[in-house]
Every structure is written in C-alpha cells, then in structure tokens.
Design a protein around this ligand. Sequence first.
Ligand SMILES: Cc1cc2nc3c(=O)[nH]c(=O)nc-3n(C[C@H](O)[C@H](O)[C@H](O)COP(=O)(O)OP(=O)(O)OC[C@H]3O[C@@H](n4cnc5c(N)ncnc54)[C@H](O)[C@@H]3O)c2cc1C
Length: 488
Amino acid sequence: MISSVPPIRITACNSNRVNNDGDFVLYWMIAARRPSWNFALDRAVEWSMKIKKPLLVLEALRCDYPWANERIHAFVLEGMADNASELAQAPALYYPYVERVNGEGKGLVEALSSNACVIVTDDFPCFFIPSMIKVAAKKVRVFMEKVDANGLIPLRLSEKVFQSAYHFRRFSQKNLLGLLRQQPKALPFAGLKLKALEAIPKHVSKRWPSLFFEQKAGIRGLLDTLPIDHQVRPVGCSGGSREARSTLNTFMEKRLPFYKEYRNHPDQDAESGLSPYLHFGHISSHEIVKAILDGGSWSPGNSPGKASGQREGWWGVDENPEAFLDQLITWRELGFQLCQKRKDYDKYESLPSWALKTLQDHSKDIRPSIYTLKEFEEARTHDPLWNAAQKQLLEDGVIHNYLRMLWGKKIVHWSPTPRDALQFMERLNNRYALDGRDPNSYTGIFWVLGRHDRAWGPERAIFGKVRYMSSENTRRKVRVKQYLEKWA
Ligand SMILES: Cc1cc2nc3c(=O)[nH]c(=O)nc-3n(C[C@H](O)[C@H](O)[C@H](O)COP(=O)(O)OP(=O)(O)OC[C@H]3O[C@@H](n4cnc5c(N)ncnc54)[C@H](O)[C@@H]3O)c2cc1C
C-alpha cells in the first residue's frame, strides 16, 4: 500500500492476514491519544480507504496498571471526552471503553478482531505498553501493526543507543531537515469519503459497554466508583487535546519570549507545561515544532545545516525557540530512543559502568541524613527547598525542571543506597507526576544517577564522580523566593 506514513514508523506485530471480509478497520488508540497530527491514525485511515471499510477507533482505559490513580485517570478521561467530541464530526466511530473492575477489559481487542479487517495501534517504548501489544498481537485473528507517532526522529532510524545528548543531537541534526517533510496530518479526514460504521458489534458492546461522555464534569463521579488509588487526587489542570493546544498557545505568547533566560528560575514560571500532554499523547511534538517554527517565520534556508551537535544555532531562529526545541527534540527523544533499544531501561544495572563503579565505591559512605520512603513522600525532610518541590509534586503533579534535578540528587544523598534512591524516585515520580511513566521519567531519574552525563570532579562522598547538587547552591543560582513562599 502506498502510504503517507513513513515505512520506518510502521512495524508488523504479527504475520496474520488482512481479512478483507471483515466489517471495519480497528485503530486501537493506546498512547497517541489524539484525533489529529497522529501517524497511527493516518495509517488506519489509509487502510480504511484502501480496503473500503469503515474505521472504528477504540480508546480504552484499564484500571490495573501500576500506579493507577484518580489523577492519572482524570487526565486520560478528560482527553477521551475531547476525542469523543472531535471524532463525532469525523467519518469514524469512536468507542471509549473504561474498565470498571480489574481485568474486565481482557479479551476486548481479541473479540473485536473477529469482526476487524486489520488492526493498527500505537508504538510506545515504555511502561506496560510494549508487553501489552505483544500479548494482544498473538491473540488477535487479523494482521496487526504498530505505528510510531512519538517524535520527530523515528524510533528505528538508528540502531545506536546514544550515550549523550550531544551525540544524539548531532545525529538528529543530520536528519531533521529531511524528516520535517514527513508530517502527520493536521486534518486526517479532510476531503475523504469514508463510510461510517453504524455500531459496535453487539457481542462486544454487550459485554464491554461504551462509555458515554456528556461532559467533563461527569468524570469526577465516575472516578469514585473505580478500583484505583483514591489518595492521589486530580489536579487543577485538565487533560485533552483542546487544553493541550491552549497551553501551547499561552506558552508561545507569554513565556517563550523569555524561555532561555528564565526557564531555570522557579519564580519565573517560564516553562511550557506541556509534558503531561505530551506524555498522554494529547498533543504531538510535530504540531508543537510546526507552531514554534511558523511563529519564528522559519524556513529550511534558515538552518546553517551543519551537524555540529551544538545546542544553539542549528535552527537559525531566535535563542528562545532554539533553546526550547533542544529540550523538546534532543532531551525528550533521547529517552524514547533508549527505551526502544534497551529493555532494561528501568534497571539499576543499565547505568553506565563508570557510574556503577563510582557509586559502588562510595556505597559505604556515611549519609548525613537518611529518610524512609514515607518521610520523603510526606515531604518531611530537614530541607525546606526539597520539601517544597515534593509538595508541588503532591499537589500539582509536576515539579519545576531545575528543582526536579535537585529533588532527585537529594534522594540519592539521603537514601541508604543508590538502589533504594532509584526505587524511591521511580515510585514518587510515577505515582504523583502527571507526566510520569514516560521515557522521560527514566531519562530524568537515571540522569540523577549518571546516565547521559559524564564523570565530574572532585570526587565526593556518596556520589563519587556522579554530578552533585546542593540546595544552598541552588538557592544562590536560581530564584526561588516566591516558590518557597508558595510551597514551603
Ligand atoms: C528526576 C527527574 C525526573 C523527571 N521525570 C520526568 C517525567 O516523568 N516526565 C517528563 O516528561 N519529564 C521528566 N523529567 C524531565 C523534565 O523535568 C520535564 O520534562 C520538564 O520539567 C517538563 O516541564 P515542561 O513541559 O514545562 O518543560 P519545557 O521546559 O517546557 O520543555 C518542553 C518539553 O521538552 C522536554 N524536556 C524538557 N526538559 C527535559 C529533560 N530534562 N529531559 C527530557 N525531556 C525534557 C519535555 O518533553 C518537555 O515537555 C524529569 C527530570 C528529572 C531530573
């Protein structure tokens, strides 16, 4: 099939045949939870056009995944409400399904596959998703493929595991101009004549009823009834593609002009706030990059085109968008590349050998303070700045990026061992952070322990050659007065 989706982004999950006698093409939306700028959706639409069958979009939400709680569920459900109203305008049937009892959703995709021609799903290299896809691909009766809509650099463009941001940046710079010509569709259904599916097969809808979204407000009532962690409450910001776009617009208008100078200062609030939307796939990095480049009247001629690996100057735009694009592309996608290539991305042993050695050499060093997970969790350390960052995480589901680095470093400082520190960081980050359970979570947490970094001197107690940070220095370097007033 001639496809507008680059073949390198498409991976067959099984060797079953396409069933041309089926009733529909199934797009099983599990990571790129958005109705546009989505290569996987584009691919599913192409299948529909090719075999002239309607499109069914299944977006499901389990309740038994690790750390399932009200905060995460609310954000996903708000996204589903947006998808329901967007896709109501499209020639596709949207099927939102929310598990109400652990394991209730088991068998749903398999059951749908008996009526499907072909299944397309999202390729996401982290959390429970790769193994869920593997299991499903064996059970379904038709051909299934997964599509990588994660970022600008396709996951499979290189076999290499990039050790540093510099090496990955240089690789990206060699490829980006070509890759920018491959965009997912902003309007995936525009001008298409697709027959819409009237209803979900009865044998499926009877056992797995679709959730009807009247409005986002109804979501809170639903949460009460689900078997998830009710201690982690929803936060003020709401999920979904619409909110994601409005967050992007506000950022471009109000904060991007000061991003480079102010992003490290918690008092300045200059970051985009996009990470939760990126994590749940409510917005695509392609859409963000296009908006940023259009805003700077960029054209390919602006870029000097030399792949030097330098952080600044490659795009040939103002220093603020340049700094932001480096975070969004280099730092974000570095983690996606690593998770796709190393199945042990979340294991302590995956740290570089120099970091393992130096942390081991200092494993017996006396810790100045030692806290339990509970004390960390309840923000009960002796350090007001650390406690403030943890409180922001508990209440807002985010931590300012600069303080997130300090937050991690101090957990290493005050835990019995670096392995304990890893376990504590993973638990706290993934339980409370809206953007947790993401390749970026593992980039950040493992960076704290030395991954994607170099050895530093002088060698210190506990950290050895791993980069050290202190609250005193942080207070001197970045503005935290208002931050402390708010959170301490
Ligand atoms: C210990 C620790 C844990 C972290 N856990 C997560 C996590 O669970 N999820 C997560 O998305 N990020 C994580 N980060 C990275 C970073 O803190 C967040 O991406 C950033 O704070 C998100 O805020 P923003 O969207 O406003 O960022 P902006 O500054 O507006 O950046 C835009 C985007 O660029 C990417 N980005 C920015 N900084 C980084 C970075 N240092 N590493 C990787 N990507 C980056 C993100 O996708 C972000 O949304 C962690 C960092 C550390 C040190």
